[in-house]
Design a protein around this ligand. Structure first.
Ligand SMILES: Nc1nc2c(ncn2[C@@H]2O[C@H](COP(=O)(O)OP(=O)(O)OP(=O)(O)O)[C@@H](O)[C@H]2O)c(=O)[nH]1
Length: 773
């Protein structure tokens, strides 16, 4: 059994529980699929009994013994089995309220604003009477109906209300048709007496009301017939919508969606209670606005909760792949939620509020879209950079192909992903970011190309450096007049090879002619700077001094054939020394300045001008480098210093040579040779006059000559020493053996007389004997 609700209590206060009660009755989501029926009639005329019987409601019924008013205020209960709200309204002519007709009017207004059907409950015997037949109440209903629907009366057709007269205790003597005629006539009279608003004076009763009549037998006297008839009325009038008697027709419906009914009724009651003008269409519009806002707010709450997982990552710059889907799903869900309930409200209000909701959704999602497009841009640039660098690492590539393929791929991906997050119906655009992306990608490819170019230049510069390191050393180690010609010639050859290699590589990088010219110039400058560094290295004080000393020594210590000189007193040491020194000092002058003999070998240093600076970035060293200054290798002061130090070294070598002559002279004085000749003249003559001696002497001299010239003195000395030692060992062994033999012989001669002594152990061992010897 459905519980009932005291929707307006006897103190005329509206219940705060209607919303929850509607929910308990299962009507919150009923939309328009429900109806409201109210009952009017005099007090204690069996209204509650009728409603309970017809709809299975639980309204209080008067206790027979006390006969006092049961229903106070307005009660509401849901009919069983059908989506129908039934309102039991406090009876008219209430003894308790006396002459207070205020509540009667208010309850009429309230019921009429909500109900499709008004049941007018009356006894059969009241038909034809004014007071008893509720004619006063009907007049009130008609008057308030005008005031309530005046707006819609003027704009379009006003909503109709069915007045269903329920004639109780029908005995049957007066047929229903007669009762209908009497009542219709009375109602028409009332309608005519009602003062109508301006412009509606000609309005007829049927424009606003339909009339229905039904009789019920006496409940107490004819209970079975009463039950039968009420059952028939319930099924035919309220239950079966296919029945011809069915009265809950759409044209009577007040078009208040069930979810807004509570708020609507409360507002209506508030207006009624405070005697304010009650304009139902306006109230309906206000309700539509209120409910649409409420529904939109609920939808937005869910919408925001759906965005929580993606919002933060997107805002901090992370690309969230599922953002498009989340945005689409969440906004669709919000709009669907709104539509599912709000579409029942006044169309203009619903459409306006829907637009507002869509706008709010779009405004909420727009920053996410902008952030995501930015993230896409960043992602595209990062990926583009990585891909370019990776592809440029391969051995063979065509820069323009690589750039074209990669940029097309990344731009396509960007557009595809940006489209994916661009919601239909919004004015969101990624075009500006796309244009920026194109520019940035061009910047990246230019940067990449520039990096590649400088990488190539650095590689070539290194290879020139390596080559220069070798040929500079070789050329400067053997100074002569065309020393610089050789250096510059080899440098030019190396440079030309590098330039040719660079041009081939640069062509793969799509370089313009201006770019190739500028970078080639840079390569030449850098190569020259490297060469100069190498020359400086080879012309450092230590290296140069060492080299000068070597040149001097070559000249001074070796003769023209390259044979080392052995200085004799008769040699012109001073002359050779002066010549070698002069020669060396002359060569030192060659190191002063890079000056080729042949002018065609002169190097041309490419200038760093504005045309170059417009195309490439030039290093500070290149820009500040002075070619003219770079041609000067040794400064005057440094040359003089080097010459001074060299002279000192040369002097030392000269003195050493001098000393070697003096020492050889001082070893065997001349007089010794004279004395030798005088004293040994006879022997010399004996040798010279004897052919054998002479031959032997000549042989000895020749042998000595060969030993000396072939430098066999050392090996022969070693052999002689070894042989000498061996001879000495053999002689010593031989002598020991001879001595032992002699001793043994002597021992044998004396053995007869001294045998005892021998046996006495006085004999010494052989080694002891040899030691004694
Ligand atoms: N004669 C007759 N009496 C009825 C009928 N139905 C109910 N009654 C009696 O009428 C009395 C009033 O019944 P209620 O249903 O309480 O009447 P009511 O109009 O709701 O009364 P209030 O709510 O006090 O205005 C009760 O004693 C019922 O037994 C009927 O069909 N005929």
């Amino acid at each position: 059994m459905a519980s009932r609700l005291h929707v307006v209590n006897e103190d005329k206060e509206f219940s705060s529980n209607l919303t929850s009660q509607l929910s308990d009755w299962g009507l919150s989501d009923a939309g328009f699929n429900y109806n409201v029926v109210s009952v009017f009639g005099s007090q204690s005329t069996g209204k509650s009994t009728l409603l309970n019987k017809l709809f299975g409601t639980t309204f209080d019924v008067m206790n027979e013994s006390q006969r006092r008013q049961t229903t106070k205020g307005i009660w509401m209960c849901k009919a069983t089995e059908i989506p129908l709200l039934v309102m039991d309204v406090e009876g008219t002519d209430g003894r308790e309220r006396g002459e207070d007709q205020d509540f009667e009017r208010k309850s009429a207004l309230f019921s009429l604003a909500a109900s499709s059907v008004l049941l007018i409950n009356m006894w059969e015997h009241q038909v034809g009477l004014y007071q008893g037949a509720n004619m006063g109440l009907l007049k009130t209903v008609m008057e308030v109906n005008f005031s309530m629907f005046i707006a819609s009366s003027q704009a379009s057709k006003p909503p109709k209300t069915l007045l269903l007269f329920v004639i109780r205790d029908h005995i049957g003597t007066t047929p229903l048709e007669n009762l209908r005629a009497t009542l219709t006539n009375d109602i028409e009279n009332i309608w005519n007496s009602v003062s109508k608003p301006e412009g509606l004076s000609e309005a007829s009763l049927s424009d606003y009301f339909d009339l229905g009549f039904v009789t019920l037998p006496h409940k107490l006297l004819q209970p079975e017939e009463f039950d039968k008839q009420t059952s028939s009325v319930r099924n035919g009038y309220f239950g079966d919508n296919t029945s011809t008697d069915y009265i809950l027709k759409p044209q009577y419906h007040r078009q208040i969606p069930a979810d807004g009914l509570s708020h609507y009724l409360e507002t209506i009651w508030d207006k009624v209670q405070n005697n304010k003008d009650l304009d139902v269409p306006t109230q309906q519009e206000l309700l539509a606005q209120y409910r649409c806002d409420e529904i939109a707010s609920e939808a937005l709450k869910v919408f925001h909760s759906r965005l929580v997982p993606v919002k933060k990552p997107v805002e901090v710059g992370k690309f969230v792949p599922e953002l498009g889907r989340v945005m689409r799903d969440s906004s669709k869900e919000a709009l669907d939620t709104f539509d599912s309930t709000a579409f029942r409200y006044a169309k203009p209000v619903y459409e306006k509020k829907r637009e507002e909701l869509a706008e709010t959704i779009s405004t909420t999602l727009s920053p996410l879209y902008i952030s995501q497009v930015k993230n896409l841009h960043k992602k595209a640039i990062d990926s583009y950079k990585k891909e370019l660098h990776a592809r440029l690492k391969s051995d063979s590539y065509d820069f323009s192909d690589v750039v074209k393929e990669s940029s097309t791929h990344h731009l396509d991906t960007f557009v595809e992903q940006a489209k994916e997050i661009t919601l239909a119906g919004t004015a969101w655009s990624y075009v500006e970011t796309l244009e920026q992306l194109k520019l940035d990608m061009e910047g990246v490819s230019a940067e990449c190309r520039s990096d590649e170019l400088s990488k190539i230049i650095t590689q070539l510069e290194r290879s020139i450096q390596k080559e220069a390191g070798e040929f500079v050393e070789v050329c400067l180690n053997a100074p002569d007049a065309d020393m610089w010609d050789k250096v510059l010639e080899r440098f030019s050859a190396s440079l030309e090879r590098s330039k040719a290699s660079y041009v081939i590589k640069a062509s793969r990088l799509n370089s313009t002619d201006a770019e190739v010219d500028a970078t080639t110039g840079s390569l030449v400058r850098r190569a020259w700077i490297s060469l100069r560094a190498k020359i400086d290295e080879q012309c450092s004080e230590q290296v140069l001094l060492f080299r000068l000393r070597g040149i001097f020594e070559d000249k001074f210590r070796y003769d023209d054939k390259g044979i080392p000189r052995v200085w004799r007193p008769i040699d012109d040491i001073e002359g050779v020394y002066a010549g070698a020194r002069e020669h060396t000092l002359n060569l030192l002058k060659l190191y002063r300045r890079i000056e080729p003999q042949d002018a065609s070998h002169a190097f041309v240093y490419p200038p760093v001008d504005d045309a170059v600076l417009d195309v490439i970035k030039v290093s500070d060293i290149e820009e500040a480098f002075s070619y003219e200054e770079s041609l000067q290798v040794l400064g005057e002061a440094k040359e003089a210093q080097l010459a001074g130090r060299f002279k000192k070294d040369a002097d030392a070598i000269y003195l050493e040579a001098k000393r070697s002559v003096v020492s050889s002279i001082s070893k065997i004085p001349l007089w010794f040779y004279v004395a030798l000749l005088v004293l040994g003249w006879n022997e010399l003559w004996a040798v010279l006059s004897n052919p054998i001696y002479l031959t032997l002497s000549i042989l000895a001299a020749v042998t000595l000559y060969f030993v000396y010239t072939l430098n066999l003195g050392g090996p022969i000395t070693t052999i002689l020493v070894t042989v000498g030692k061996e001879v000495n060992r053999i002689i010593v062994d031989k002598m020991i053996s001879v001595q032992n033999d002699a001793r043994n012989a002597a021992t044998g001669a004396t053995s007869g007389g001294s045998g005892a002594a021998s046996e006495g152990g006085s004999e010494k061992p052989a080694h002891a004997a040899s030691k004694e010897y």
